[in-house]
Structures are given as C-alpha cells and as structure tokens.
Design a protein around this ligand. Structure first.
Ligand code: ADP
Ligand code: MG
Length: 474
C-alpha cells in the first residue's frame, strides 16, 4: 500500500523546504484552527495539523466505502424511527450510563408529547480503517459512525489544494493531478439547504449550536459560508443562549432573539461535559420544537456504540432494512467483530476472552470525541475490576483493527519535523433529508482522511493526536 514517494521522504533538505511551503499553503488555503491559548479569539490563529504528503489508500476500499454510504444513511434513519429497537437495545446501557439515560429520557418525553418536527436532516460520517488480514490483504472495517457533530468536513475541503501543491514541488505533478476532488463542506451545506427549503419559511434562519470553547470554528465557517452564499441566514448560539432566549409558540415553532429557526445544526451536545441542568433544559426545548434538528435526539441515540454492537447480531440488519438484501450485505461486509458485555453468560465469556488476549480487542464506553477507549494492559485491568459488576454493561468490546503502517511527516505547530510510522482512518460523510416518510435526499458528501502516529492508540484531530490527510488511491 506504499505511496510512490517513499524515495522523497528520505531527502531531508527537500522535505524541509516542502514542509515550510506546505504550512504557508495551508494558512493561505484556510486550513486553520484557533490556538489552545486563545480558543475563543481569531486574532492569533494557526494551521490545523496535517500530513506533509497524502497517504496511500487502496482504491477498491475507497470505492467500497463510498458505495455503502447511502446504505448507512438509510440504516441510521431507520433506527431513528424504530422506538422498539432503541428501547430494547439501550435498556441495559441506560441502567448504568447516566448520559445515555438522560438523552433517552428526552427521546421518550418528546415522543410522548408527539413530534412537531416533520422534516429530518442527517449528517453523519462513517469511519473506517484498513484491516490487514493474515495474507496481507487489506479489508475495509468500520470503526464507528458519527451521527452528531461529525467534524472536519470544512477543513478537509481545503487540505486537498495544499497536498496538490506539495506534490508538485516535490516533482510529483502527475500524481498531484490524480488526487480525488473533495468538498464535504458544500455537500453538507446542500443537505442543510434542502431541509431549510422543506421547512418552508423564507425568513427563518439556520442555527449552529456551538460549544463554549470554539477552537475549530473555521471548520464550521466553511459550511456556514456555503449557506450565506445561497442567501440563507446563519446564527451561532450556545445552549446557554437557547436557555435564556429561546421559546416556542403555539405551533412549537422555535424562536430565538425574535428570529424563527428552521434548522438546528448541532456542533455540540455529544458529551456529558456539554451539559449542565440549564443546557439539558435547552436541549429539551430544541427537541420539542418543530425546527429540523441535525440530528434529532433519536438519530443521536442511533449513533451510540451500544447500537453499533447490536447491529452485528444475526438478523438485526434484516429486520431494520426489510427488503434491502443488497444494502444489508454491503453494510455487513464492513463490520468488525463487536461483542456485548451485558451481564450473563454471553458477556462473561466475552470478558474472559478479552482478559486473556487484551491486545486483540478495544474496550469502548458510550462516549464520543476520542481518547475514551481502553487498550492492552489497561483494558485487562479495567475489565478484571468490573467483570462481575453492572458497570461492565456500560462498555462494548470490539476486535482491534490492525492496519499496515506507512511513513509520513506530521506537521503540527511548534513540533519538530520528524518522520513517523503512521496509520490512517478514512471517513465518508453522508447526508440525507426525509419529509414524513419520504426520503428527499440521500447522498455521500465527500471524505476525510485522518492519520496518526502508531504510538497513539486513540484520539482524533481535535484531541491533538490525528492530523488531516488526503487519500492517494493505489
Ligand atoms: P470516538 O467516538 O471517541 O471517536 P472511536 O470508536 O472512533 O470513538 O474510537 C476512537 C479512535 O480509537 C479511533 O479513531 C481509532 O483510532 C481507535 N479505534 C477505535 N476502534 C478501534 C478498533 N476496533 N481497532 C483499532 N483502533 C480503534
Ligand atoms: Mg471516532
């Protein structure tokens, strides 16, 4: 799977010069992040970390990942409408995981009142690694699907131009011309536009629900600008603003600062730290409203690790997607082994297996955002401690994916330039819009390649571990 520039990587002077140029190109192209020191100011910004060179991605697996994206859109949407499945699947989890339980309470509360929302917008990102089998053949294996606040679609839209230029500078112009076009920020925006149109109020705005700390604002601005360019007004608000100034009218239309909100695009609200009691109240208000939530709370629950694990049980996909055998087959082909740790005989066996061979598995809690999973000795230690307690149920177990590493330079502000052994994770963005029972849009919207040094087991770009990359198809 080596890219055709292993030779270039060893030419130190050329690499150094290319790295300087790459950083300037990234700044010019808008591959930007606010700094750790001043996460809420744009006076001083820096480039978002990225690889010096594109990483090799097997073209068959890249195509497979694109080909299954519309199936995953259908699946997530089907789960979000299946109360019985969500109740049954999350029953054990919500007994021990307070965060999932709170989301679930809002979910049932909103259903009991009756949904005011009739247009649904899903923006997700399905992430994969290339598992290297015993014979060395790589296979596409899903790591997870993110159904809320899937990020870096904006910045990755701008990374391509940087890599194109770096390749040209290093004498690889022909290869540069073969990099695949990619513009998720536009694709995501078109989904938001469709939802906004179907909501049907010319004067209503799109509200980005954003965090208190907004280091990754430029990624969001890329999507925001696409909307402004189409004459749709965008406002940025926090849960706190919604709590203080949000209200519903008799038809449960959502208003804030006197403006009607057509679409709420969450870039926040996926981890417990995002919520205090007032923020939970704000979340409930949003969910009760008629506004199109991206995602609604049911779709957020469809993205939990517990749901992912239950999907691998024989017969589950068939039940969720009746009459869609081809979709089911495409989806199932991307599944790695996933195992329930619910209390009982099945879970006992799984726990014992993981304790005996901790390097073959990943232990995952119901959390998002990177840095929460457990590996190796730590996995063994934690599982031994909780193996007979209900706490075990708050985790799932997954086969560890083992990709073939390759060499690259990871460019990060204030870090020395050094070569690293790296592995990559490919994400495909999916967008869909449903009105009532009718699918109005179902698309893939571009890709994201993130690469990290092999010494890091976990963590994404925002967590400071992975960096932005561009696939070079081989
Ligand atoms: P999160 O919701 O925190 O992003 P993920 O399931 O995506 O959780 O895991 C975070 C990171 O951990 C991934 O980006 C990947 O690098 C690593 N990881 C997760 N699952 C596996 C696995 N089965 N095998 C190898 N690495 C994994
Ligand atoms: Mg992830």
């Amino acid at each position: 799977m080596a890219a055709p520039w292993e030779d270039v990587l060893r030419e130190e002077a050329a690499v150094r010069e290319a790295a300087r140029l790459a950083v300037d190109a990234a700044l010019l192209a808008g591959v930007l992040m606010r700094t750790e020191e001043e996460p809420n100011a744009s006076e001083v910004v820096n480039y978002a970390p990225f690889t010096l060179l594109p990483s090799a991605v097997p073209s068959a697996l890249f195509e497979q990942a694109y080909a299954v994206q519309q199936d995953f859109n259908l699946l997530v949407d089907a789960i979000s409408q299946n109360r019985e499945f969500l109740e049954h699947t999350l029953a054990s989890t919500i007994k021990v995981d307070d965060f999932t339980a709170r989301l679930f309470r809002i979910y049932t509360q909103v259903l009991e009142e009756g949904l005011a929302q009739s247009v649904f917008l899903g923006i997700n990102r399905s992430d994969y690694m290339f598992d290297c089998g015993a014979d060395g053949t790589p296979a596409l294996k899903q790591i997870e699907i993110n159904t809320i606040a899937a990020s870096f679609g904006g910045l990755t839209s701008r990374t391509l131009a940087v890599h194109r230029q770096v390749l040209k500078v290093l004498g690889k112009a022909e290869e540069a011309s073969r990099l695949v076009p990619n513009n998720p920020s536009q694709g995501l925006a078109l989904g938001i536009v469709k939802a906004w149109e179907l909501y049907g109020s010319q004067s209503a705005v799109v509200m980005f629900l954003v965090e208190e700390v907004q280091r990754n604002i430029f990624d969001q601005r890329c999507v925001e600008n696409e909307l402004w360019n189409r004459n749709i007004r965008v406002i940025r608000k926090r849960f706190r603003d919604v709590f203080e100034k949000g209200s519903l009218d008799d038809a449960r239309r959502l208003y804030i600062d006197g403006q009607e909100v057509a679409v709420v695009y969450y870039r926040e609200g996926y981890v417990p730290q995002n919520y205090d009691p007032q923020n939970w109240e704000a979340r409930l208000l949003l969910e009760r409203s008629r506004a199109v939530k991206c995602p609604d709370i049911a779709t957020q629950l469809a993205g939990t690790k517990k749901v992912q694990q239950e999907l691998t049980r024989p017969g589950t996909l068939e039940r969720l997607l009746p009459g869609r055998a081809a979709s089911v087959a495409r989806i199932r082909a991307t599944f790695a082994g996933l195992y329930s740790l619910d209390l009982g005989e099945e879970g006992d066996k799984v726990a014992a297996k993981a304790i005996a061979a901790p390097d073959c598995f990943v232990l995952k809690p119901q959390r998002e955002g990177g840095g929460n999973n457990l590996y190796g000795e730590e996995l063994r230690h934690v599982l031994e401690k909780i193996k007979d307690s209900p706490e075990r149920t708050s985790y799932i177990l997954m086969d560890k994916i083992k990709p073939q590493p390759s060499k690259n330079y990871l460019l990060r502000p204030h870090s020395p330039l050094k070569i690293s052994e790296c592995i990559s994770e490919l994400g495909i963005f999916g967008v869909y819009v449903r009105q009532g029972k009718e699918m109005m849009m179902n698309k893939s919207a571009g890709h994201l390649l993130r690469t990290k040094a092999i010494e890091h087991a976990d963590g994404g770009v925002a967590a400071g571990v992975a960096v932005l990359d561009t696939p070079y198809l081989v």
